[in-house]
Design a protein. Structure first.
Length: 399
């Protein structure tokens, strides 16, 4: 029989953790593994701007017909506005094309499938560490995978010299995946000056940047967070961006993202994008509409956009407040280890430096669920539970 000899696949590192958390009956349990923002009550809220947009959509909507293969033109224009600004030279020269995809993950996979068609012998390079799903997405498209150094455990910071040394040896035509901001899982980002040097390396070597941009607005602000992307475009004529509205719009379950390519000229952009559309056609045909309608409605209305930007700021400010309080609570417990790096990290995640034994202790003895490797979703910590979390971490450090 076809299925008789199949053994169960191993559980997903993050989603499997969530399933275990759901089955835990302890009242103090905490899920700090899954990458979603939660407010002080432990809820992933629906933004007020999103509710207002949905009200308008319900009133005005007259059809549920298919969207075009690459999505609605107005949605794609708003994506490009956020990524590049309204008057970026690449847009003025008509060198930019965007596809509406099912989440940022869909954007990554569409780009991977397209690249496999045009560069079948390329290798994809990802940071060490990177988001756990990156290797699966690109190897699933058939690519060989390599890593470049990124995180330095001894300093809890960027291993920049080793990173550049490796990037200078990446062959022309290979693909290098880079996190634009709020690096997942470390929370450690490049400076603008470092992005400039990486762009110079890419231009000199001839490898293709593929940018994962899932957290725009959760680091510093909407414009500052795109600085790495803009810096690369000063150096290279072609790149890819997979972006997401899961985090900054709270549209997790709506699966709303995009894949954007920038080419060297408008003819190349048009030709390349025609193959992107063929790729989409055989994967999922056309994108889901609702999330894109929400984004378009908010970004197309000055009042709703202002409200949304304030809500993004509130999310960002809460994350920064939790980071600061996290460090202070650990210090108050006389923990010898220096955790001040948590305040310097950006975005939702912190690479805590906890060992596998400590992560296991926290899960099994305290009901605190953290991803293997020690990544903590800081954006999922309710302030009221910080004392319990820090007591538990302090105890784990004694193990």
């Amino acid at each position: 029989m076809l299925f008789d000899k199949i053994t169960p696949a191993p559980p997903d590192a993050i989603m499997g953790l969530t399933e275990a958390f759901k089955g835990d009956s302890r009242p103090d349990k905490m899920n700090l593994g899954v990458g979603v923002y939660q407010d002080e009550s432990g809820i992933t809220p629906v933004l007020e701007s999103v509710k207002a947009a949905e009200d308008r959509i319900r009133t005005a909507e007259k059809t549920k017909s298919y969207l075009p293969i690459s999505g609605a033109p107005e949605y794609k224009a708003h994506v490009q506005d956020l990524l590049l600004g309204a008057a970026h030279p690449a847009r003025m020269e008509d060198r930019v094309r965007t596809a509406h995809t099912p989440g940022g993950t869909g954007g990554l996979r569409v780009g991977a499938e397209f690249l496999k068609r045009i560069a079948p012998n390329a290798t994809v390079w990802v940071s060490d560490p990177t988001w756990a799903n990156h290797p699966g997405i690109f190897s699933g498209a058939g690519f060989a995978m390599e890593t470049y150094p990124y995180y330095q455990p001894s300093t809890q910071g960027l291993d920049y010299a080793a990173m550049c040394d490796t990037l200078k040896r990446v062959p022309a035509g290979d693909i290098v995946l880079l996190h634009v901001c709020c690096h997942n899982p470390t929370g450690v980002d490049l400076t603008t000056e470092q992005w400039k040097e990486v762009g110079d390396i890419a231009a000199a070597q001839g490898w293709i940047p593929f940018l994962d941009f899932a957290y725009q607005g959760l680091g510093e602000d909407l414009e500052t967070d795109r600085a790495g992307l803009l810096q690369l475009l000063e150096a290279v004529p072609e790149l890819f961006v997979a972006s997401s509205f899961s985090k900054n719009f709270g549209l997790y379950r709506e699966r709303t993202g995009a894949m954007t390519l920038v080419a060297s000229d408008k003819e190349s952009a048009a030709a390349a994008f025609s193959h992107v559309e063929k790729t989409i056609r055989v994967i999922y045909s056309n994108p889901p509409a609702h999330g894109g309608q929400i984004v378009t409605t908010i970004l197309g209305d000055a009042a709703l956009r202002a409200q949304w930007e304030e809500e993004v700021k509130a999310i960002r400010d809460r994350i920064k407040t939790v980071r600061s309080a996290f460090v202070k609570e650990l210090q108050a417990r006389g923990v010898d280890r220096d955790f001040s790096f948590i305040e310097r990290q950006k975005g939702m995640f912190s690479f805590s430096g906890l060992t596998e034994e400590q992560v296991t202790f926290l899960r099994e003895e305290k009901g605190i669920y953290i991803v293997k490797g020690g990544r903590i979703n800081v954006a999922g910590i309710p302030t009221a539970k910080l004392p319990y979390l820090c007591d538990s971490i302090a105890e784990s450090l004694q193990k």
